[in-house]
Ligand binder design. Structure first.
Ligand SMILES: [Zn+2]
Length: 146
């Protein structure tokens, strides 16, 4: 796709500086997006699309930005990425999730976001990913099953 046309893709990930290069590499090289995507970067990343009861204003803003980008840019594909050792999750009360285990909490939120999106915008294709360090401290990003 040429630059200047609709992006069609929106990626949402966390602000954590340790993962920015890994996110960039993944989006541009592995997914081949070649810098042609909208990007929403905020603490906890896609969790802003789930916290309706616990942090309603935060969730309201997340959905507001999301709807704006989807409508303004005619987006078709959504890429949600969570990551290992996310500080945002350490601040959240454990009762919000079924499991106290960090990765499971994050994957639960990814699935919650996807379920909410399926109702709100069924035309969007939604992909879920988890970024973590491998043994050599290289960032590896893999898909999360729905
Ligand atoms: Zn984070």
């Amino acid at each position: 796709m040429l630059h200047g046309t609709d992006a069609e893709v929106l990626a949402i990930h966390c602000s954590d500086h340790r993962f920015q290069a890994g996110f960039y590499e993944f989006l541009n090289r592995q997914l081949n997006l070649a810098e042609n995507y909208d990007l929403l970067v905020l603490p906890g990343g896609p969790q802003c699309l789930t916290l309706v009861e616990y942090l309603p204003k935060f969730s309201w803003a997340g959905w507001k930005w999301f709807r704006f980008l989807v409508d303004a840019h005619d987006l078709r594909r959504l890429i949600l990425i969570q990551h290992q050792d996310c500080g945002w999750y350490k601040e959240l009360p454990v009762h919000l999730h079924f499991s106290p285990e960090p990765r499971q909490r994050q994957e639960e939120d990814l699935r919650r976001a996807r379920a909410a999106l399926a109702k709100e915008r069924p035309e969007l294709s939604v992909e879920l990913y988890y970024a973590g360090w491998d043994a050599s401290r290289h960032i590896n990003i893999e898909g999360v099953d729905g």
